[in-house]
Design a protein around this ligand. Structure first.
Ligand code: MLC
Ligand code: AMP
Length: 456
């Protein structure tokens, strides 16, 4: 029985090919994917949730689809997560098993296996994915993403981008976040288009892949335009899509100059999936993320007289809450039921949206990854030599923001502290630079004053 969420996988009329899906060089047809996922589903059926070691491999796609077939919520684990982050995610989610292609997995996943599995009846309210995402303080929270939100979000994007089975989607993004996993894998499986995952999102790999639809975070696009020969190879594509952080206007213009086409920018969050996007048949302007997707409503709550304010959203793509954190869930909604994004935005008279910043400086976006300052500060404080720590995002040409830590510490090197965080959390959460101080600036109450930190 086809799974409605993945309607193109085995439904009547689904067109198959040997390389329907290629991840880091390994290809599978849809039938092979369904068979291998069936073998996973039969092993995990009945589990409350399962974790998947989400490296960029075909095994990860098989494991995630296996979870969807079995109706078991999937918790993607960043493959480079250090012990602190991994243990937190496993304990907090209660995942009973870890699936993966490697030997350390409880349930080994082999894309060559085949088994029939009768998919569970589809209920749009049940959780498809539990995605761990950082807040300003503390450890990451598990956002519960229902099947219906994934389906609605992908259908909204398919309509806005004229995304069909005729497309070949190319990207090389990580498979543990909304961008790479929900859009970049489940989007291909729902629309029925061919998927080429390049392993890493390098300009050369994008140039060689010959796709019609390309996804990237701004750091990927700024690296592409720095390789003009690679960029020109994308001229024949139908749509170049940027998201997960603001696309700098110079990168937008360089992409247009080198490829002859304007990129499509879209906006979203783990908790809301993608809510706003430029359209394939609409205007594409630097700094604009376009219009709400079908069924999504947006509003900007501004102080009187101001044009910009916090963006709030509602609609069918929203999460159902943070796992085990009813207070945090309640705090993320207004009294009248709108989700507070924490992003500062403006809506122009023609309805197009501009994202102009974030309400809190303690949520950092580096290379498109969302990193909470508090989580990195806590990791630094776990080092025996560190007495105080304050973490900020500093503007950075390649990464958008780079993670910078100010620490008060005795006898420890910058490199040792960077490696310590890279080893405890995920590698991308490591500070890129450390500045040693005698003391952190504090107010009369003893609270650190990040605004008073010295320039780098
Ligand atoms: C470096 N490395 C280290 C290290 N320093 N390893 C251990 N210890 C250290 N101290 C290794 C890394 O493991 C990696 O290895 C290599 O060095 C390069 O790492 P890096 O320098 O951190 O990578 P970088 O080039 O900075 O990555 C750029 C990037 C990446 C763009 C490829 O940031 C990226 O993939 N971003 C995508 C984030 C994303 O998908 N966000 C979506 C969130 S969803 P190796 O072996 O791996 O090369 C969302 C919703 C929405 O936002 O709207 O989409
Ligand atoms: P995450 O939860 O990792 O998906 O990160 C969500 C955040 O990414 C949003 O709250 C925004 O701050 C940011 N973001 C995503 N897309 C865009 C975009 N196109 N422009 C600016 N910021 C974006």
């Amino acid at each position: 029985m086809p799974v409605p969420l993945l309607s193109s996988l085995a439904g009547p009329g689904a067109v198959d090919r040997a390389d329907a899906l290629t991840v880091a060089g390994q290809s599978l047809s849809r039938e092979e994917l369904l068979g291998a996922a069936g073998a996973v589903a039969s092993r995990i059926a009945g589990a409350a949730s399962v974790a998947v070691r989400a490296d960029a491999t075909a095994a990860t796609v098989v494991a995630v689809v296996g979870g969807l077939l079995a109706g078991v919520p999937v918790v993607p684990l960043p493959p480079d997560a250090g012990p602190a982050e991994r243990e937190h995610i496993l304990r907090d989610s209660g995942a009973e098993l870890v699936l993966g292609g490697g030997e350390d997995a409880d349930v080994p996943v082999d894309p060559r296996e085949r088994a029939d599995f009768s998919a569970v009846a589809e209920d749009p309210k049940t959780t498809a994915l539990i995605l761990y995402t950082s807040g300003t303080t503390g450890a990451p929270k598990g956002a519960l993403i229902p099947r219906g939100a994934v389906a609605a979000g992908l259908d909204g994007l398919a309509e806005a981008w004229q995304w069909t089975a005729e497309d070949t989607l190319v990207h090389g993004l990580p498979l543990f976040h909304v961008h790479g996993l929900v859009l970049g894998v489940l989007g291909a499986l729902r629309t029925g288009c061919r998927l080429v995952h390049t392993g890493r999102p390098t300009p050369q790999a994008y140039a060689a892949a010959g796709g019609s639809l390309y996804f990237g975070v701004p750091t990927v696009w700024s690296r592409v335009v720095r390789e003009p020969d690679a960029a020109r190879e994308l001229s024949g594509a139908r749509l170049l899509v940027s998201g997960s952080a603001a696309l700098p206007a110079p990168v937008f213009r360089d992409l247009e100059r080198l490829t002859g086409q304007r990129p499509v920018e879209r906006y979203g969050m783990t908790e809301t999936l993608i809510t706003v996007s430029a359209r394939a048949d609409g205007e594409r302007l630097p700094g604009s993320v376009g219009l709400p997707l079908a069924g999504v409503r947006t509003r900007v709550v501004a102080e009187s007289g101001a044009e910009i304010g916090e963006l709030e959203v509602s609609g069918p793509t929203l999460f159902t809450g943070y796992l085990g954190r009813p207070e945090a869930t309640a705090a993320s909604y207004t009294d009248d039921g709108w989700f507070r994004t924490g992003d500062i935005a403006a809506i122009d008279p023609d309805g197009s949206h501009r994202i102009v910043g974030r309400a809190s400086t303690d949520l950092i976006k580096s290379g498109g990854y969302r990193v909470g300052a508090g989580e990195v500060e806590n990791a630094l404080l776990d080092h025996p030599a560190v007495r105080e720590a304050a973490v900020v995002g500093a503007p950075h040409e390649d990464l958008g923001q780079e993670i910078v830590a100010y620490v008060v510490a005795d006898g420890v090197s910058e490199k040792a502290l960077i490696d310590f965080v890279a080893g405890h959390l995920s590698v991308h959460k490591r500070p890129r630079r450390i500045r040693f101080l005698e003391a952190l600036p504090r107010n009369a109450m003893g609270k650190p004053q990040k605004k008073l930190l010295p320039p780098l």
